[in-house]
Structures are given as C-alpha cells and as structure tokens.
Design a protein around this ligand. Structure first.
Ligand code: C2E
Ligand code: CA
Ligand code: CA
Ligand code: CA
Length: 281
C-alpha cells in the first residue's frame, strides 16, 4: 500500500541515502582506480622467535587521486559487496607473484615466504586453483614461497567443504601453503579444522592487543597456540606491538610474529634494505 511505501521511505533516512550514494561512488572509483593503476602492495615483516625475518604479508593500498590513501578497512567491504573484489584480488595475486619472483632472484629475499590475503568470494571461484597456478607460472614464482591467508568464513557452509579441501589440496601438492587468518574470531568447529589441509593458524590481533592485561585474552592466545601444536600446525601472532607481548607469546610456544614491533607495512623499496641488516630492531 501507499502508506507502507511511505513508511519504508521514512526508514530510508537521509544518512542511509548518503551512505548508499557514497558506496556507489566508491565502487565506481575502485573500477577506475584499477584501470589507472592506483592500487599498490605494501609488505609487513613476519619474524621468527629468534627475530629473523621469515617472510612478509602483502597488504593492499589505494592511493586515490583526490582523497589520498584510503584504508582497506574502508574499500574492501565495498569491493566485496559489489564483486569488485574479484578483479582487485586477481590484481593482488598477480602483483604478489611478480614480486615473489623478484625476491627469488635476490639473495637477500630468496628464502622469504609471501603471504597473500584471499577473500572468500575469490576462493569460491570454480577456477581459483588454476588462477593461482597461472599467476605463479606467468612470473616464474616458486609455489613453495607462496602462502595464502584464508578466513574461517570459508568454513561456514557444510556443502562447500569438499570443494574447499580439493582446491587447497591441489595447490598444496605444488607447495603452496595455507594460513587461517583472524583465527578465533570466526565460527570454525574443530572437526572442520581437522579436515582442512592447513599449515598455519594466525592468532587474531584482537587477542594480542590486551594479552598482558586481560586474562581471558591471554588464555585464548595460549589455547590457540597449544591447539596449533597438537594439530602439527605452525602458529603466527599478528598485531604484536610490545616486546612483552612477544615474550608472553614465546613463553606459550608461539613460533612466528608480525606487528608494529617489527615494522609497519611498507613499500618493497624499504623492505629489501632492511634484510641486509642482521637485526631489524
Ligand atoms: P588482516 O589480514 O588481518 O591484516 C592485518 C591488519 O593489521 C593490517 O591492516 C595491518 O596493517 C594491521 N597491523 C599490522 N600490525 C599491526 C599492529 O602491530 N597493530 C595494529 N593495530 N595493527 C597492525 P590493513 O593493512 O589496514 O588491512 C586491513 C584488512 O584489510 C586486512 O586485515 C585484510 O582483511 C584486508 N586486506 C588487506 N589487503 C588485502 C588484500 O590484498 N586482499 C584482501 N582480500 N583483503 C585484504
Ligand atoms: Ca591477513
Ligand atoms: Ca589477520
Ligand atoms: Ca585481522
């Protein structure tokens, strides 16, 4: 009825309308930005317990011509809502493989692994495994140096399990490894977790942040680390900002670390010279 229609519009407030328009404008800007080469990758170090650099995570950055840097927290959700995460994710995958191939040629970096974030929608593409293989091959990157970070939301759907496992197994057979990102924030059951050919659990930074003051977060971090150990998986903590956080995690048996303590995400031109120094800190 007309009345209901009017009511509907009343709920659709000016602020909401504004948001929808902003959302659409941002989506259009992502399309254009991809064509104009406004996206780039930054890299954040991943460290061993002995403070050696063992790898890096590629993190997407957008240099918008008018608005300057826009954070992934703002544009990735829009890209996911609009399907633009597919071309964007493909760009990330190809750029990361290109960088990884360069690293392979440089004695400073040839031992490093490069971790790449994969969104659920991207992983769900029927030809996802083929796309990864093609990107590796195209640039001549070593599959054993590529790590794909997936999230627990992939594991929500029971029917999807078989497909997920088969894609992972196929890539793993070539040396590609898998890390479960943001672990502890999702819904994965241990039964699912056991079935997945994973290599690593990544402790979400929300548990690391208050590790030293919140006994519950501390328990969760310790539990994740011992879970990883009992499943024969490696474990990395993200968001490590303080030496005391690193120490506490090390006491629990954590083997890898990432966070501002060791470095912010940075352009590759800044990262490679750091590798020449014996210590990063
Ligand atoms: P994430 O994968 O969990 O990445 C970790 C985020 O924590 C990054 O934010 C990183 O800059 C930030 N970070 C690292 N160390 C610290 C620390 O010590 N303290 C604090 N407070 N933060 C730290 P960023 O770069 O803004 O990325 C945010 C999210 O956007 C990522 O979370 C990831 O979900 C998504 N993202 C980034 N790049 C990509 C990409 O290439 N593809 C996809 N699908 N998602 C991406
Ligand atoms: Ca990640
Ligand atoms: Ca994460
Ligand atoms: Ca996170």
């Amino acid at each position: 009825s007309k009345a209901a229609g009017r009511n509907t519009w009343r709920f659709f407030s000016p602020e909401m309308q504004q948001r929808v328009l902003a959302h659409a404008a941002l989506a259009q800007d992502i399309r254009v930005g991809l064509q104009r080469g406004e996206f780039l990758l930054h890299y954040q170090l991943q460290m061993s317990a002995a403070d050696l650099v063992i790898g890096a995570e590629a993190l997407l950055r957008w240099q918008h011509p008018e608005r300057g840097g826009i954070s992934p927290g703002e544009f990735i959700p829009v890209a996911e809502d609009t399907g633009l995460i597919l071309p964007l994710g493909q760009w990330v995958l190809e750029s990361a493989c290109q960088e990884l191939a360069r690293w392979g040629q440089d004695s400073r970096s040839s031992h490093l692994t490069l971790a790449v974030n994969i969104s659920v929608m991207q992983f769900r593409q029927p030809d996802f495994a083929e796309r990864v293989e093609a990107a590796l091959k195209q640039h001549g990157a070593d599959p054993a140096r590529l790590k794909l970070e997936i999230t627990e939301s992939l594991l929500l759907d029971d029917d999807e399990m078989e497909d997920t496992i088969s894609k992972m197994t196929r890539l793993q057979a070539q040396g590609v490894s898998f890390s479960l990102d943001d672990f502890g924030t999702g819904y994965s059951s241990l039964a699912y977790l056991k079935k997945l050919p994973l290599d690593q659990l990544k402790i979400d930074q929300s548990f690391v942040r208050d590790l030293l003051t919140d006994p519950q977060d501390c328990d969760i971090a310790r539990t994740i680390i011992s879970l990883a150990q009992s499943m024969k998986l490696s474990v990395i903590a993200e968001g490590v900002e303080l030496p005391e956080q690193k120490q506490r995690l090390a006491d629990f048996g954590c083997m890898a670390y990432q966070g501002y303590l060791f470095g912010r995400p940075m352009p590759v031109e800044e990262l490679l010279p750091l590798l020449e120094a014996p210590r990063v800190r």
